[in-house]
Design a binder for this molecule. Structure first.
Ligand SMILES: Cc1ncc(COP(=O)(O)O)c(C=O)c1O
Length: 375
């Protein structure tokens, strides 16, 4: 029997499992001391910035937009290639996503196109740090500051990444992380915002908890019609256990990626993604298939890999081609790199518990399938 190799798998240690058991026995399951401890630990990891957790990065991004006062008739510049949540939250607050193309290898938004897209209606830029590869953050913030735009970083992939030696989340406007089980650390489902002005933090807190504040002897007042996206202590206990391993996990990811690059250093059968420096946390490893030269389709390639016991994902189809975004007027041909990545990308196995020999096996299998399917 071949060992099954998924494209990702979370690594939860026994100590973390034990800490969850303790929370379950404690009688306090929802937001409490563990959430406070996780926010403090993340804040200390991110240079002392304020950190507020949520039930997902999707919730965090939406709260960040609301905190910046973005709503009806506003426009937010964002890449056409990301997980669809990035654009969905912009639509959900009543604003319009203004897409720009991405670099073919970086998958990050093209800053030249960002500058060109700025008009008086634009209120914010929402970059995605794809696979944990930082955008040129200095140039991004220079553009934003020049035009008075707020930056809401979709850093769902980027916990533990750094730009020119500065951790992502330790600087900048509002930086949103995801702790979904696929991400570099998990709280099962969860997310966190780092940064924000005192007013923005107040809005985030109100929006994530019914708009309520403690008030006088009567108990509570409701200041706005807030929603509910507070993390539980059970989830936070998982996060605390994971955060202890973050540096080790990310360094293992970099080692595994180095092996992929080493084995494919000479005429690789796939187009490799951009490789950043040690600040690249490698959330996913996503080469492009040379489909125009192959007799097989991407689903057939994925099926052939599956037959060999290797899981392959797709991160991501281009957002503007989804029905909901075509309905906003977007169409094929507008963002050629996003469209090509959307068509050709495959996510190969990458997670901290992988062996180096697993990388060898993936490389050997991909090379054999692609070479065998060449026209
Ligand atoms: C780029 C990006 N943004 C946002 C999200 C949403 O994260 P969550 O699942 O925590 O809501 C994801 C999740 O995959 C993502 O990849």
């Amino acid at each position: 029997m071949k060992k099954i190799l998924p494209f990702t798998r979370p690594a939860i240690d026994e100590e973390t499992i034990q800490s969850v058991v303790e929370v379950l026995r404690s009688g306090w399951l929802a937001t409490g001391p563990k959430v406070a401890a996780l926010e403090a630990a993340l804040s200390s990891y991110l240079g002392g910035r304020p950190v507020r957790t949520q039930t997902s990065a999707t919730a965090g991004l939406e709260l960040a937009l609301l905190a910046c006062g973005i709503g009806k008739d506003d426009e937010v510049i964002t890449p056409a290639l990301s997980f669809v949540a990035t654009a969905n939250v912009i639509v959900r607050v009543g604003a319009r996503p203004v897409f720009v193309d991405v670099g073919l290898d970086s998958r990050n938004l093209d800053l030249d196109q960002v500058e060109a897209a700025i008009t008086p209606r634009k209120k914010a830029i929402m970059p995605v740090l794809f696979a944990g590869l930082p955008v040129d953050m200095d140039r991004l913030y220079a553009i934003a500051n020049k035009h008075g735009l707020r930056v809401i970083e979709d850093a769902a992939h980027a916990i533990g990444s750094a730009h020119r030696g500065r951790r992502i989340g330790s600087f900048g406007d509002l930086v949103c992380f995801s702790f979904h089980p696929n991400k570099n650390i998990t709280t099962i489902e969860g997310g966190a915002i780092s940064g924000g002005s005192p007013d923005e933090l107040k809005t985030i807190e109100l929006q994530r908890w019914h708009g309520q504040v403690k008030s006088g002897v009567e108990g509570f007042d409701t200041l706005i019609a807030g929603g509910k996206s507070n993390l539980s202590d059970v989830a936070a206990a998982v996060g605390l256990g994971q955060l202890r391993h973050l540096e080790e996990f990310n360094s293992r990811r970099r080692q595994l990626v180095a092996r992929y690059f080493e084995l494919w250093s000479d005429s690789p059968p796939v187009r490799l993604p951009e490789r950043g420096d040690d600040g690249h946390s490698w959330h996913v490893f996503t080469p492009l298939l040379p489909l125009d030269r192959l007799r097989v389709s991407r689903p057939q390639f994925i099926e052939a890999m599956k037959e060999q016991g290797i899981g392959v994902g797709v991160h991501y189809p281009a957002i503007h081609l989804f029905t909901a975004y075509r309905a906003l007027g977007y169409r094929e041909g507008q963002f050629p790199n996003a469209e090509r990545v959307g068509r050709e990308t495959v996510t190969l196995p990458l997670f901290p518990a992988m062996e180096m020999s697993d990388v060898d096996r993936v490389v050997e299998t991909v090379t054999r399938i692609v070479r065998g399917a060449q026209q």
